[in-house]
Design a protein around this ligand. Structure first.
Ligand code: NAP
Length: 286
């Protein structure tokens, strides 16, 4: 496979997301007919506006796909113990197949510790540290949906990975690290950058495939990219006028690279679709 020289708008995720959702919908219909209606539970312990928007979009997509989405609203004052009790009960509930612990969590409540209470078989967003460990050991596990979406987009656009240099900007447990792991599994040579990385541009310019997951507006400019690079922009940064932009200064890189995903309309819709796909996979395995 060769890297196609494409216009910026061509690395979109919407068509791929529609296809993934259509496949999940047909699996959901079969499961429901067989007496196992798939159910996704989302535990929410925040009143954060953008989190509420994201949860509503998951619930809408689930409803259209024939997956029941149950919101467990614990409120922004929930304690770690209340959240853990809820995750443990959902893990034991045979009618629940997928569980998501929504962020942010109340101040002082640690995500990784609580995510360990999610049954790995229902961990459709790869939040339980066991899931990342299994992924690292090449054992079956759900990858975090965003990391899986990055790979799905690269595959959809036939971007070769084996032997190529992939640079991931960001090392969070939910995005950067699992994305790097999935790229390694595909035989890419992977560099991971973070806030302490010296001369970011010098490293990102050597990327054949650049994944930006920093959450910083305008972090990646023309000075950070090689001419034939493919860029996956994972960043979702709210703007003052209520919009959403990625990490990449798209105007500056446009026409200089092989392709870049738009924000919105790139990684985001594929992430949501994969959460639904993971839920029907989890329901099928029961
Ligand atoms: P996070 O936990 O805040 O991690 C950000 C990472 O970026 C950290 O590793 C940080 O380095 C690194 N970073 C920050 N500024 C940097 C800089 N100037 N230079 C180099 N590295 C820098 O965020 P996250 O949860 O991974 O999310 C990252 C972005 O993806 C956010 O915009 C988030 O909204 C978005 N996101 C999108 C989706 C989707 O479906 N599209 C899903 C999840 C997240 P240190 O480790 O050194 O602090």
């Amino acid at each position: 496979m060769t890297t196609p020289r494409v216009h910026t708008s061509e690395l979109r995720g919407t068509a791929l997301a529609n296809e993934i959702r259509a496949r999940a919908a047909s699996a959901a219909t079969e499961l429901t007919a067989a007496g196992t209606p798939p159910q996704l539970a989302v535990v929410v312990a925040t009143d954060d506006g953008s989190s509420a928007w994201y949860v509503r979009s998951i619930a809408r997509a689930a409803a259209k796909t024939g997956i029941q989405c149950t919101l467990v609203e614990l409120g922004p004052k929930a304690t770690a113990e209340q959240i853990r009790t809820s995750l443990t009960a959902l893990s034991a509930d045979p009618e629940v197949h997928g569980i998501i612990l929504q962020t942010p969590l109340p101040d002082g409540v640690a995500f990784d510790d609580l995510a360990a209470a999610i049954d790995p078989a229902k961990d459709v967003d790869g939040a339980n540290p066991l899931s990342l460990g299994r992924l690292t050991a090449n054992l079956p596990a759900f990858a975090p949906a965003t990391a899986a979406a990055v790979l799905a987009l690269l595959d959809r656009h036939e971007i070769e990975l084996a032997g190529r240099h992939a640079v991931v900007v960001g090392r969070s447990t939910v995005v950067g690290k699992p994305t790097a792991q999935l790229l390694l599994q595909r035989d890419a040579t992977v560099s991971i950058c973070h806030r302490h990385t010296k001369d970011l541009a010098e490293i990102t310019r050597r990327a054949d495939v650049l994944i930006s997951a920093a959450g910083r507006i305008g972090l990646i400019t023309a000075a950070h990219v090689a001419p034939e690079a493919v860029i996956i922009d994972v960043g979702t940064n709210p703007t003052d006028d209520g919009g959403l932009v990625g990490d990449v200064d798209t105007a500056s890189v446009q026409g200089r690279v092989a392709g870049v995903t738009p924000v919105p309309g790139g990684v985001g819709p594929v992430t949501t679709a994969l959460l639904l796909q993971h839920t029907v996979q989890a329901a099928r395995r029961r």
